[in-house]
Design a protein. Sequence first.
Length: 205
Amino acid sequence: MNGPATEGPATEELSFDAVVLAGGRSSRLGGVPKASLRISGSTLLAHTCEAARAARRLVVVGDRAPEMPARVELIREEPPFGGPAAAVSAAVVHLSHDPAPWMLVLACDMPRINEALPALIAGALATNASVLAHDGGRDQPLAALYRWVDLATAVDQEEVRNLSMRALLARVTWSPVDVPAGSTIDIDTWSDARNFRAEAPDAGK
């Protein structure tokens, strides 16, 4: 792993595809899909897709959900619920015939992720390496900009079913990039949901 990436202005355009992971079991939410939670009237998935609006192509790995943008390319890892590395692998295979040089990978459950993207883009431009958001002392592999070749090589070398992202990235050279504090906080429980004033899809009905 390289040292911390320096943050600077994004003076060049970065061509990237975006992959949003939205296919987990949401077991700590009683099976209510995280993607369908609503914040300020919009689903969490819609917020995440909007954050990735600059992507050349937008892939969602999961099931169809409300307010999914029309341009989304919806896919599923095989078998379903194989974990984030399997979902990323499915996206790599899906995009492999015409990949952008970079792939933005986002979990769908980070309401403030749009605040982190400028730092990730600047870090990728500064280092020309895959970059992971560094927030609150943690590196976030599901809030990251990866060089396409890095992910494609890692996927080719690993059996990805039930593999962790950190194991998948063992052969990837990446740099941590400091992002605004709290910008990668995710929603795992109903307590987390209350902190963000997120509501179940049928709230108020």
